[in-house]
Design a protein around this ligand. Structure first.
Ligand SMILES: *Cc1c(COP(=O)(O)O)cnc(C)c1O
Length: 364
């Protein structure tokens, strides 16, 4: 076994809902720990699923996912040859790492950020350099990232908006980074949550034509509500896309993914309605956090990163009430995915209640 793998800690996937319900003897459980959509996909996905008939199952799917490719190219106004599809954005993260990283090289990530970037770098025997975000604003330290670049740096990863902080960087700031980054260093901008932002001008898609070292990732797991179907894609320079397609497995997307993904992408009306609901709930929750003096970063996603002190304690108390949030990313911050309005109201009340209980136990 590779030494780097022997030392590897697997990504902590979510436990199945049924297992947690059993363990805590819960009637209902709202899973608000993995930034999934509580609204689900467009009903058009039902028809798309039904379109995959029994008599297609013995034939391999379209290895280039033409139907989905055309829909996604149209949506983003890019050349279809700039697209690479994957089993979730996760597969693109794996593929890009595999394509780019030699043992001994390094990647640069902000901290905190999505854990997958570092896991795949480790598998490829590369080092991860973390550059702390600005603790007061939650913004990425672009200067710090540039300062960390050395002659072994192969990739810089930015989730934008970032997970778990929820903070959005402007396209102008990312362009500023690109202007100073050596052309030999890839910049991967993971736009998993970009659909949730208040304005639609935050994507760096328009920069693709000028920066062949820029790669953009998207997923249908979050705003489109299709996490279970595992559909993601990357947008990049056509020559790079060609190479990445050579690295990936030939039939990575099944007909189920191609058909449902296409239906979801074509129903932008449904997407906008879902996003509007999330934005309204986000505003309401952030108002509450401000009024009650909780520390948090303004979010442009479907989740909130809140400083609570004892994350485990909050996580356990929420779970007992049938609300599963993410309490394992930091000792003192929790990540709360926005849920249905009623669940959000219960979470707001719980946040105040647990804080009051803590105060009583530890008088100052
Ligand atoms: C959820 C998430 C992904 C993974 O998306 P999949 O398409 O489900 O693999 C990628 N990047 C970030 C930042 C995420 O939060």
């Amino acid at each position: 076994m590779k030494k780097s793998v022997a030392a590897l800690k697997a990504y902590q996937a979510e436990q199945p809902l049924a297992a947690i319900k059993d363990q805590y003897q819960l009637e209902t459980l709202a899973r608000l720990s993995a930034n999934e959509s509580v609204y689900g996909p467009t009903p058009k996905v039902k028809e798309a699923l039904a379109a995959v008939t029994f008599d297609r199952l013995n034939y391999y799917p379209d290895g280039s996912a033409q139907k989905l490719r055309q829909a996604v190219a149209q949506l983003n106004q890019v050349d279809p040859e700039m697209l690479v599809f994957g089993v979730g954005a996760d597969e693109l993260i794996q593929l890009l790492t595999r394509l780019a990283l030699e043992p001994g090289q390094n990647i640069i990530v902000p901290a905190p950020t999505f854990g997958e970037y570092a896991i795949h770098a480790q598998i490829e025997q590369a080092e991860t350099k973390s550059v702390a975000i600005d603790a007061s604003t939650g913004h990425v330290d672009f200067e710090g990232i540039l300062a960390a670049v050395d002659d072994q740096t192969s990739m810089v990863w930015l989730a934008n908006p970032n997970n778990p902080t929820g903070v959005l960087e402007s396209a102008a700031d990312i362009q500023g980074l690109l202007q100073q980054l050596p052309e030999s260093v890839y910049l991967v901008v993971d736009e998993a949550y970009i659909d949730f932002a208040d304005t639609s001008d935050n994507t760096v898609v328009p920069l693709l034509v000028d920066y062949p070292n820029l790669i953009i990732l998207r997923t249908l797991s979050k705003a489109y509500g299709l996490a279970n179907l595992r559909i993601g894609y990357g947008m990049m320079d056509t020559a790079l896309a060609q190479k990445l397609n050579a690295v990936r497995l030939p039939y990575n997307l099944s007909d189920f993914q191609i058909e449902t993904g296409t239906a979801a992408v074509l129903d932008q009306d449904y997407l906008q309605k879902t996003v509007a609901k999330v934005q309204a709930e986000r505003n309401k929750f952030e108002d509450f956090l401000r009024e009650n003096q909780f520390e948090f970063y303004p979010s442009q996603t479907n989740f909130l990163w809140v400083q609570v002190g004892d994350a485990k304690r909050y996580g356990q108390s929420f779970l007992k009430e049938g609300l599963q949030i993410s309490q394992r990313l930091s000792p003192s911050w929790v990540r709360i995915t926005l849920g249905q309005p009623a669940d959000n109201e219960r979470m707001r009340q719980l946040l105040v209640k647990i804080r009051e209980e803590n105060k009583e136990e530890k008088p100052v």
